[in-house]
Structure formats: C-alpha cells, structure tokens
Design a protein around this ligand. Structure first.
Ligand SMILES: C[S@@+](CC[C@H](N)C(=O)[O-])C[C@H]1O[C@@H](n2cnc3c(N)ncnc32)[C@H](O)[C@@H]1O
Length: 252
C-alpha cells in the first residue's frame, strides 16, 4: 500500500540562521513515529517484511535513474540542481578527500576538482547508467573516481573522507538512519557533511511524497539535526540556498 503523508508542521517564519534555533524542538518524536509506522504499515499490509519493501524501493530507484541517466543533464531539474551546486560551493571548505553520495553524472565533483587542484574525489551512485555517464564526462580521471553502490553500504574505510556531499539524493533513501550511520563512519573526526535538497515545510517533522518510484522523504531542519546527531554528527548550520532547497552542514 502506498500513501502520501504530509506531517503536521509548524508555520514557517523568518530565515534560517543557525541550528541551535531548532535544537530544542528537533525532529519531534510523534511526527517521526507516524512516519515510521507508515513504513511498517506498508510492509505489513502487503504481507512483506519492511526490509523487502526497502529492497523493492532501491530497485525501483535504480531502474528509474538508469532510464533517466543519458538525458539527465539536459532536464530543467538538473539545471536547477546545478545552480544549487554553485550556491553550495560558496559554503564548502576546500578538502583533500571528498565523497559525493548519489553523485548522478558527477558534475558537482567535476566543478570541485576544477577549483581545488589538490582535491581527490569519489562519486558513488546506485544507478549504473548514472555512473556510466559520470565516467564519460570525467575531465579529471586521475583525481576523480566513480563507482556504483548503495549509500547504505559504503565500501570505504573508517575516517576515509574530509568532506561528504549529498545533493538531491538523500530524499530517495529508504533507510535514512542507516545511511547517516555510514556517513558518520567514513568521515574523519572534524570532517564535514553537506546535505542539500528541499526541506520539509516547517521547522520540525518530515514529509513523504509519492512523486517518484519508491517515493520521496523530505526532512525539516530539526529532523535533519536530530537524525544526524544519532549518527555522531553535530549540526553547524542550516542555510536556505534557493526556494525550498536547504543546505545543512554537519561536523563529525
Ligand atoms: C536527483 S539525482 C541527484 C544527482 C546529483 N547528486 C545531482 O545533484 O545532480 C539522485 C541520485 O541519487 C541516486 N540514488 C538514489 N538512491 C541511492 C542510494 N540508495 N545509494 C546511492 N545513490 C542513490 C540516484 O541514482 C540518482 O543518481
């Protein structure tokens, strides 16, 4: 059973400035439980384990993005994403070892490698088609590598990266807590995680939308901060980049 669930939200007010502003209310437990129970209900109603539902969601995502990959950079959404990449890079500190999670065709890493000559990067994406495109477009093959994989199981040693970016991809993850645990593991102490995509409306809670295969999950600033904290990542800042697109910066 699929359903759209928009969580109860607080009216938005003012611009986003700092995480502490949200830390007291954070990802309110009742909202989050409602969200979780939707996932569980979905599995139970269909007579399938939640893990199987997640696997099915991953397969649906992979298929969806494989079909999109060769034309991805020409879509208007990608143009908006690229504009957000530019804005994001005004907030990113230079780093030597960078991971782009859900890298798509690898454009963001390419821009970073253009700017920072010492930088080495890895792009990981669930979709083989996206990774093929990233290889074709790679202008820095000595410094940038791309590989297919699932954000829930990162094939990297603990503390391997100085910075990890995730743009418009986290919303697709059926097991967000598992991915955050992996992010916390592969970042070195003091390393930074940059999370970019639309936030849920309001300051707390989350939202689920069935607008792509497997659905989208959006998270408010407080919800992001609370989930990341559980993975050992402290919130440094939230910034509105463009319209509803929210950058959240975390430090391991
Ligand atoms: C909307 S695209 C964004 C691509 C790129 N980050 C950008 O900003 O243009 C979302 C990407 O996330 C990838 N993705 C979705 N679920 C994933 C997962 N579990 N692990 C790794 N990548 C995933 C998709 O294959 C897709 O390439």
């Amino acid at each position: 059973m699929r359903c759209i669930l928009l969580q109860p939200i607080e009216p938005a007010s003012g611009s986003l400035k700092h995480c502490q502003k949200y830390s007291s209310s954070s990802c309110s437990a009742p909202n989050w439980r409602v969200y979780s129970s939707v996932r569980v209900d979905t599995g139970v109603t269909a007579g399938v384990e939640v893990g199987s539902v997640e696997k099915e969601s991953l397969r649906a995502k992979e298929h969806y993005f494989d079909g999109w990959a060769s034309r991805y950079d020409g879509f208007w959404t990608s143009l908006v994403y690229r504009w957000c990449h530019r804005l994001l890079l005004t907030h990113v500190r230079p780093a030597d070892a960078v991971l782009d999670l859900g890298c798509g065709t690898g454009r963001l890493l390419g821009q970073m490698a253009d700017r920072w000559e010492q930088m080495r990067g890895v792009g990981l994406d669930l979709s083989e088609g996206m990774i093929e495109q990233a290889h074709l477009r790679n202008r820095h093959s000595g410094r940038l590598k791309f590989l297919q994989g699932n954000a829930e199981e990162l094939p990297f040693a603990n503390g391997r990266f100085d910075a990890l970016l995730c743009t418009f991809s986290f919303q697709h993850y059926p097991n967000p807590e598992g991915v955050l645990a992996e992010i916390g593991r592969v970042l070195r102490p003091g390393g930074r995680f940059y999370w970019v995509e639309a936030g849920a409306f309001g300051r707390t809670g989350s939202a689920r939308m069935n607008i792509t295969p497997g659905g989208l999950r959006l998270y408010s600033p407080a919800c992001r901060a609370q989930m990341a904290l559980a993975a050992g990542l402290g919130c440094a800042a939230h910034r509105r980049l463009f319209g509803p697109v929210l950058l959240s910066i975390f430090v391991r």
